[in-house]
Design a protein around this ligand. Sequence first.
Ligand SMILES: Cc1cc2nc3c(=O)[nH]c(=O)nc-3n(C[C@H](O)[C@H](O)[C@H](O)COP(=O)(O)O)c2cc1C
Length: 195
Amino acid sequence: MEIVAICGSPRPKGNTATLIEALLEGAREGGAKTTRLDPAQMRIEDCTAGDECLVSAEASCRIDDDMQQIYGALRRAQAWVFGTPVYHSHVTGTLKRVIDRMYAFYTNAGGEWRLGLEGRRRGAVIVVQADSEEETPRRVAEYLEQIMRAYNVDPVGCVAASSLTKPGDAAAREDLLARAKELGRELASEAGAAQ
Ligand SMILES: Cc1cc2nc3c(=O)[nH]c(=O)nc-3n(C[C@H](O)[C@H](O)[C@H](O)COP(=O)(O)O)c2cc1C
């Protein structure tokens, strides 16, 4: 059973990455094989709305960049993890660019929308921010859960954390690390049970 995590932060060892790694550690303890992808370190272009991808289930995105690797990983995995820092009250542009390119999983032949992904998946979300208020990361997590549902991914939970600013801040928060690890175990267990 495979779990793929998309880290929306440009910091490879930042707070989002730290909590994703804790989650993936828990998932591996639960028997999952895990992959983390950092699109900020990859070449991912913007969706150009060419719409060729919508023609048929076989048609894919015509842009030949590292998104092709992400498509493969998302297709293979039984569970998805989306992680992002809050940037100006929302997800990073890096993560949003990946989400926009996921449109290629859909087809719209003859006006009928169809998702070209087999089966249902499980999902989990990590959101961090510097400010101490707690509503924004929760709202951003809800947004990511809504996106997941549009791809037949059922969210099992999230870690939405505030008061994290410098890259090492999450590593000093035992409570958040423990919650992320537990969420990873739960994700592996739910995704495994759904097979
Ligand atoms: C461009 C930019 C915009 C940001 N916008 C917000 C914001 O709207 N609210 C907030 O609380 N923190 C904001 N932050 C701070 C980050 O969310 C915070 O430092 C977070 O811990 C970074 O996570 P990372 O280490 O995974 O990259 C912003 C940071 C950057 C670089």
